[in-house]
Write a protein that binds this ligand. Structure first.
Ligand SMILES: Cc1ncc(COP(=O)(O)O)c(C=O)c1O
Length: 368
């Protein structure tokens, strides 16, 4: 590992498998199938492992759907906030289910997908999210249909409904309350459907999550409405599986010590900047030495955070940012032309493979 040039995302299949085993357990105990939300994680070099535990993929665009079809296989759920006619004509060739975001999309594209396994996203008007930015039930939300009478009218065209109403929800009681509400408000409709997706945003692979209660709630829901339940885990599938491995390239002092690493929050872990959260440091461990860790772009706020570490950081020190799998590699950008982290996998048998590295040509080809 020491000879691998940084920066790189290191995906550890053994850690990934721990999440996947929980997902499999949920399927066995509750009957709920899980499709990987590619918007969170599309790094297909580990799909070989993931497909043993998941039922397929779900997507937010034609390209994600196609990637799921080509590289993951199994069930392909195709959802998009807005499909164009060309998208629909391409996606219908391989998608098992097409989920529309609005009634106008359903009406517009129906002639092209008639007879297919069609679903509609519902906005149930409830949600669990710490962030307004990610709240699908926020005022003026365009995500899903809120008009129940209109959904009922269109329901003859549909085989399923999709509800995505959680974001980083680790509170089982809130989930169960929401499920009860959905059952109460949409029960009649659900009885007429073959499947329902409850979306993603549930932290059910987190240590200590009450899995038995979760599985019982899913099983009861499926039985009550005689319906196949799907989950769409993104973050839950990959949480704690990946580190961003970096090297300190400079150390400056402005009231405090600042270590500049050869990666960027803006370019390589964007969500922390967007949501104003702070990543954890996997290595060095926590300790006594205060340091700010910052990125190498020119953005003043390209800062990973202020930490206290067991060792002082110097030029050449290795720094590993924890939990760098979800919403990172799918969101990288070439801001400042800074080096793109390569993708490295530690396989189940311990072998370390550098799968993909990026160079100047990739940067140049991303523009013209
Ligand atoms: C429709 C839908 N499904 C699944 C997910 C995955 O959510 P998470 O990665 O939080 O599990 C999202 C995330 O935004 C989503 O919008």
């Amino acid at each position: 590992m020491k000879d691998l040039p940084t920066p790189y995302y290191l995906i550890d299949e053994t850690r990934l498998q721990q999440n996947l085993e929980i997902i499999q357990r949920v399927r066995e105990r509750s009957g709920a199938k899980s499709v990987l939300a590619l918007k969170c994680f599309s790094t297909w070099c580990v799909f070989g492992l993931m497909r043993r535990y998941l039922d397929g993929t779900t997507s937010s665009s034609l390209f994600e759907a196609r990637l799921g079809y080509e590289e993951f296989g199994k069930e392909v759920h195709a959802y998009s906030v807005g499909f164009s006619r060309d998208d629909i004509r391409a996606v219908r060739e391989f998608a098992d289910k097409i989920i529309f975001n609005s009634l106008s999309q359903l009406t517009l594209h129906y002639p092209d997908v008639q007879g297919g396994n069609l679903g509609l996203r519902v906005n149930p008007g409830i949600s669990y999210s710490h962030f307004d930015l990610a709240d699908p039930a926020r005022r003026y939300s365009r995500l899903g249909v809120a008009d129940k009478a209109a959904i009922a009218e269109a329901s003859v065209l549909l085989k399923g409904l999709m509800f995505h109403f959680n974001c980083e929800n680790d509170e089982i009681n809130s989930f169960i309350r929401s499920l009860d509400l959905i059952g109460r408000d949409y029960g009649e409709l659900l009885r007429r459907m073959d499947w329902v997706s409850l979306g993603g945003g549930l932290s059910f692979t987190k240590a200590g999550y009450p899995l038995d209660t979760f599985c019982a709630a899913l099983r009861d829901f499926a039985r009550e409405f005689d319906i196949q339940v799907y989950l769409e885990p993104g973050e839950a599938a990959v949480t704690q599986s990946t580190e961003l491995v970096t090297t300190v390239i400079d150390k400056v002092h402005n009231e405090i010590d600042i270590a500049i690493i050869d990666a960027s929050l803006e370019a390589h872990m964007l969500d922390h900047l967007v949501y104003r959260t702070t990543p954890s440091i996997a290595s060095p461990r926590a300790g006594e030495h205060p340091v700010m860790i910052a990125g190498r772009t020119c953005l003043a706020g390209d800062v990973f955070g202020e930490f206290k570490l067991a060792e002082p950081l110097d030029i050449g020190s290795e720094v590993r940012i924890a939990d760098a799998g979800g919403y990172t590699m799918v969101k990288t950008n070439w801001f400042n032309g800074v080096a793109m982290p390569s993708i490295v996998v530690r396989r189940l048998d311990g072998r370390v493979e550098r799968i993909r590295s990026f160079g100047y040509d990739d940067f140049k080809r991303s523009l013209s």
